[in-house]
Design a protein around this ligand. Structure first.
Ligand code: MF3
Ligand code: CO
Length: 254
């Protein structure tokens, strides 16, 4: 069941979204060669807490028999797709670093991710980054009342294919609200014109993950970090988007 939010509820979600956006802006400021992913986590957590919000990912239990997620953000570098656990790994010049942030305030969640290009990245990295960012934008544009859910999926896949990239199929976007993961699941591929009709008040976390090589991924021994099976680069962008009468409204922007 897809839960539609009232305008007042969307205002609260916007508050959560602004906190997430603030964290991502700060990360953009501090990210540079030499810092650890753990440092990013510490800076992010401090901001979330200082805003009286709760780091949404910390202690999150996956659907399976996993250990709870240990950190406030996910930091996924190069061949890491999503859910990288912050640690002692040092960020290097040329890295593609996805930072995913979730915050809960007044009972509602916000969830967003950006991939940062650190220093001088390869031509491939540059192209993959641009395609992923545009795939998210093009998916969001389809978030109009009256469209079908898979119109979003299809727009994302088309942008990926245009440059010969593949789309991760094992992880998807999702509805969001009083839970971080609500219905519906939002595939990043597939034909248009399928799935539920989009309604006013739906709030969606749209999150394309594009790979330079094949779409296959695997999970590392830490039970969280998702990497590409072929070890090639991956990129991830995410926004929480409310479907309003006059079009999609991105809640996780400054
Ligand atoms: N944006 C990611 C998602 O929706 C972040 C979840 S990280 C987790 O799955 F640790 F909380 F699972
Ligand atoms: Co998400």
């Amino acid at each position: 069941m897809i839960i539609c939010k009232s305008p007042d509820e969307i205002k609260i979600m916007e508050k959560a979204g602004k906190i997430v956006a603030k964290v991502l802006s700060k990360v953009e400021e501090i990210i540079k060669p030499g810092i650890t992913s753990e440092y990013i986590d510490r800076v992010a957590e401090e901001i979330i807490i200082s805003e009286n919000a709760i780091p949404a990912f910390k202690g999150y239990k996956g659907r399976f028999d996993k250990k709870p997620y240990p950190s406030s953000v996910c930091v996924s570098i190069n061949e890491e797709v999503v859910h990288g656990i912050p640690g002692k790994r040092v960020i290097r010049d040329g890295d593609l670093v996805s930072v995913d942030v979730g915050a809960k305030i007044d009972g509602f969640y916000g969830d967003a991710a950006r991939t940062f290009k650190v220093g001088k990245v390869s031509r491939d990295a540059e192209r993959l980054w641009k395609a992923t960012k545009e795939a998210l934008e093009m998916g969001i544009e389809k978030g109009k009342v009256g469209n079908r859910l898979s119109d979003i999926s299809n727009a994302i896949e088309n942008r990926a294919i245009k440059d010969g990239f593949s789309v991760v199929r094992d992880f998807v976007g999702h509805g969001i609200g009083r839970e971080m993961h609500e219905d519906p699941q939002i595939l990043n591929y597939g034909p248009p014109g399928q799935g539920p009709v989009l309604k006013e008040g739906m709030v969606l976390a749209i999150e394309p993950m594009l790979n330079l090589g094949g779409s296959e991924v695997k999970i590392m021994g830490d039970s969280w970090t998702v990497v590409t099976s072929d070890g090639k680069l991956s990129c991830h962008f995410e926004n929480t988007v409310a479907l309003c009468k006059d079009g999609p409204k991105i809640l996780t922007e400054a």
